[in-house]
Design a protein around this ligand. Structure first.
Ligand code: XMP
Length: 517
C-alpha cells in the first residue's frame, strides 16, 4: 500500500509539531521538515499534502524565510497557516500588509461553509466559529484565482483558497485546541483535499520504524543506554524488534533508583525477559555513594552523578568496542528544532548528553524524535511493553540524589526508597495516580524530636510532594484527600525506620520547582 505522508514545512512557528501531531490524530502519518529542504527533496518524499507553519517573521522582511514558487505548481495540496498563509498570498502576488488592528487569542471568525475546509463544522447562527488568532500582518487582497472564505471584524481574509489548484490558507491556527473546530478543518484538508484514506496507526509507525531501522542498520552493531524510563525503554524495544542481538543495552544502576526499580528493569530487558538483545546491568551503587559522600550542594551532586554515569558508561563501551550506532531515546519535546536552520539540541538530561563523546560509534539513531510523550506511550503499548513501564511518571536522571536534601548516604537512600514506595502504593490504591503529574517522597535534611512508645526519638522528616501539571514548566500542589495523606503518614512512620514526621509540600511551581533540588 502506498504510504500516505503529509509534511509540515516549518517556517519557525511555535506550533509546528502540534500540527504534525494533529494530522497523526487523523490517522495520517505526518512529519515536520525544515523550510530549508529543497523542492527536489520534497518531490522525492512524494507527500499527499503540505502544510506551511506560522512563523514570527513578516513576509516583507528580506531575511524572512521564503520558498521556491514551484511548490505551488507541483499539484500537491497545500495548506498555509498564519505566516504560511501570508507567504502563499505574497508569493502568488496577493497583498500582505500590517493589520491596522492585531488580533490575539479567541476570535469569532465568520466562515463560508461552502469551502471544503469548513465542511461539517459547527457554527453560530451568524456562521461564525471561535478560532485562535495571533498576527500583526494580514492578507489584504487575495491572489488572482483565489477567494476569501472567512473573515473577522478586523481581518478581511481569515481564510482563502484556490480549490482548482488545491491551495488553502488560514490566518488562524486550526492546530491549537482553542480553535474549536480546528481538528475538523485539518481533517477536511487531509481527507477531502489531499485524498488521504487515514490508514495509518501507531502500530504502523512501529512496524514502519522497525523495517526502516532494519534496513538502515543492516548487520551493524547498536548500543543503547537504557534508563528504564519510558523513552529509552520504547526505543530499546523498537531496536530489539529490528535487529535483536545486534543491540546491546547498558543499564547503569546508580543506587539512586526507586525501590525495586533495578530488578524490574532487569526482569523486562534481562536474559529472562521477552526481548532478544544483549543486556548489561552495571551495579555501580558503591562507586556513586563513595563519590557523593560529604557532598551537599545540589548542583555539585548533579554534576557528580552525571560525570560518574559517563565514566561507567565509557568503561562498558570500551569493553564492547566500536559500534555502528548509538541509540538515544530523544522525543520531540527534547528537541528544539527550527526550520530556520538552527540545529537540534539533544536533551541536557545528564545521562545522554555527553555519551557521544565517550562511545566509539558512527551514527546516532533517534527513533522517537518525532513523537510526543503520549504517542511514545502508545507505541510502547503497541509493542507490548508492560503498563508499569509505559505509564511511568517522569523520574529525573540524577534520581533520588536530588530527592535527598544534603548529603546522600545509603541509609538515606533506603529511607526515601521505602517511604516513596509506600506513598506510591497508597496513591495507586486510592486510584489517584492518573490525576497526578508527578508525586514522590523526598527526605528533608531535618531531624526533629518525636515520641514513639515511651521513648524520645530524633529522626528525619519525610516530605511528600504531588503536583498537577501538563507541561512540567508550571505546576500546582495537588489537593490530596486528607485520609489518603493520613494513611501514608501512618504507614511511613510505622514502617520506615528513622522517620518520625511526614510533611506535605503545598507549594506550586513557581515559586518552588517540582523536584526538591
Ligand atoms: P523541576 O524540578 O525543574 O522539574 O520543576 C521539572 C521536571 O524535570 C524533571 N527533572 C529532571 N530530569 N534530570 C532529568 O532528567 C534532571 O536533572 C532533572 N531535574 C528535574 C523533574 O522530575 C520534573 O519532571
Amino acid at each position: 500500500m502506498e504510504k500516505e505522508l503529509v509534511i509540515v514545512l516549518d517556517f519557525g512557528g511555535q506550533y509546528n509539531q502540534l500540527i504534525a501531531r494533529r494530522v497523526r490524530e487523523c490517522n495520517v502519518y505526518c512529519e515536520v521538515r525544515p523550510c530549508t529542504m529543497t523542492i527536489e527533496e520534497i518531490k522525492a518524499l512524494n507527500p499527499k499534502g503540505i502544510i506551511f507553519t506560522g512563523g514570527p517573521n513578516s513576509v516583507y522582511a528580506s531575511s524572512s524565510p521564503k520558498y521556491d514558487n514551484e511548490i505551488y505548481s507541483l499539484g500537491i495540496p497545500i495548506l498555509g497557516i498564519c505566516y504560511g498563509s501570508q507567504l502563499m498570498a505574497y508569493s502568488l502576488s496577493g497583498t500582505v500588509r500590517t493589520a491596522p488592528v492585531s488580533e490575539y487569542g479567541h476570535t469569532e471568525v465568520i466562515v463560508d461553509s461552502s469551502s471544503i475546509l469548513f465542511k461539517d463544522i459547527e457554527t453560530s447562527d451568524q456562521n461564525s466559529t471561535v478560532c485562535w488568532m495571533s498576527h500583526t500582518d494580514y492578507i489584504a487582497e487575495v491572489p488572482e484565482g483565489f477567494r476569501a472564505t472567512a473573515h473577522t471584524d478586523n481581518c478581511p481574509v481569515a481564510a482563502m483558497e484556490c480549490s482548482d489548484r488545491a491551495l488553502y490558507a488560514t490566518q488562524f491556527h486550526p492546530e491549537v485546541m482553542h480553535t474549536k473546530e480546528g481538528l475538523k478543518m485539518l481533517r477536511n484538508f487531509v481527507y477531502d483535499v489531499c485524498g488521504c484514506t487515514g490508514s495509518w496507526r501507531m502500530d504502523s509507525f512501529a512496524n514502519q520504524e522497525i523495517k526502516a531501522l532494519r534496513e538502515k542498520i543492516g548487520t551493524g552493531r547498536v548500543l543503547c543506554a537504557l534508563s528504564g524510563g519510558v523513552d529509552s525503554s520504547v526505543a530499546a524495544v523498537l531496536l530489539s524488534r529490528a535487529v535483536g542481538k545486534q543491540l546491546t543495552c547498558v543499564f547503569v544502576d546508580h543506587g539512586l533508583l526507586r525501590k525495586n526499580e533495578g530488578d524490574e528493569v532487569e526482569a523486562v530487558f534481562g536474559p529472562n525477559g521477552p526481548y532478544e538483545l544483549n543486556f548489561i546491568r552495571v551495579n555501580a551503587q558503591e562507586r556513586y555513594y563513595k563519590r557523593l559522600a560529604g557532598v551537599t550542594e545540589p548542583e555539585e551532586k548533579r554534576k557528580i552523578i552525571g560525570e560518574e554515569f559517563i565514566r561507567v558508561f565509557e568503561e562498558e563501551a570500551k569493553k564492547i568496542g566500536s559500534v555502528d550506532f548509538l541509540v538515544q531515546g530523544t522525543i520531540y519535546p527534547d528537541v528544539i528544532e527550527s526550520g530556520l536552520g538552527k540545529s537540534a539540541v539533544i536533551k541536557s538530561h545528564h545521562n545522554v548528553g555527553a555519551l557521544p563523546d565517550v562511545v566509539d560509534f558512527k551514527e546516532i539513531i533517534e527513533p522517537l524524535r518525532m513523537l510526543f510523550k503520549d504517542e511514545v506511550r502508545k507505541v510502547g503499548r503497541e509493542l507490548g511493553i508492560p503498563d508499569y513501564l509505559v505509564d511511568r511518571q517522569p523520574f529525573p536522571g540524577p534520581g533520588l540524589g536530588i530527592r535527598i536534601i544534603g548529603e546522600v548516604t545509603p541509609e538515606k537512600v533506603r529511607i526515601v526508597q521505602e517511604a516513596d514506595y509506600i506513598y506510591r502504593e497508597e496513591i495507586a490504591k486510592a486510584g489517584l495516580d492518573g490525576e497526578l503529574g508527578q508525586y514522590y517522597a523526598a527526605l528533608t535534611n531535618m531531624r526533629s524530636v518525636g515520641v514513639m512508645g515511651d521513648f524520645r526519638t530524633y529522626d528525619y522528616a519525610v516530605a511528600l510532594r504531588a503536583v498537577c501539571t501538563s507541561d512540567f514548566m508550571t505546576a500546582e500542589a495537588a489537593q490530596l484527600p486528607w485520609d489518603v495523606l493520613g494513611r501514608v503518614t501512618n504507614r511511613i512512620v510505622n514502617e520506615v525506620k528513622g522517620v518520625n514526621r511526614v510533611l506535605y509540600d503545598c507549594t506550586g511551581k513557581p515559586p518552588a520547582t517540582i523536584e526538591f533540588e
